[in-house]
Design a protein around this ligand. Sequence first.
Ligand SMILES: Nc1ncnc2c1ncn2[C@@H]1O[C@H](COP(=O)(O)OP(=O)(O)O)[C@@H](O)[C@H]1O
Ligand SMILES: [Mg+2]
Length: 162
Amino acid sequence: MGHLEFITDSEAKTEAIGEKLAKHAFLGAFLALSGGLGAGKTALARGFGRGLGIDDILSPTFSIIHVHEGELPLCHIDAYRLHGENELYNVGYEEYLSNRYVVIMEWPELVLNALPAQRLELCISGSGSQPRRITLTSFGSKHALFIEALKQMGDANADFRP
Ligand SMILES: Nc1ncnc2c1ncn2[C@@H]1O[C@H](COP(=O)(O)OP(=O)(O)O)[C@@H](O)[C@H]1O
Ligand SMILES: [Mg+2]
């Protein structure tokens, strides 16, 4: 289990963390992005999409699953409106666990039993104009590579306070 923390004081810096993570994405990667309303989950997902050459990541609250064609196919899920795991499977979730996609999910805490065991968990705390604390925890060796890669960026992380 790897672990890393950042503090960001702007939406752009939160996006930049997403963008850096995307450079290490692989088919079957699963990012679980938790944090309250307005924490910056979609901002991080937008940066992540940008890192894969995708520029239309929006807050998908009204449609649950959005698939984007980028350097890798990206599935962006917002579980906010779901009432449990069954509803997630009813909108075709199984397909996205197939290792043919990169998956980034907002509100994973609402469908905990549907999360793959191997994943990168990102928790964002803070709201409004406060700085955000972004905590990354990896489960499984493949997902640990995200954390290793970000740790090794050294000076590239000078913007952030780990
Ligand atoms: N450090 C920060 N990181 C991310 N967003 C921030 C930060 N500081 C302020 N914000 C603001 O917080 C809001 C985050 O919105 P959004 O990414 O849609 O949140 P969520 O998807 O978690 O509900 C945006 O209005 C953004 O400008
Ligand atoms: Mg959101």
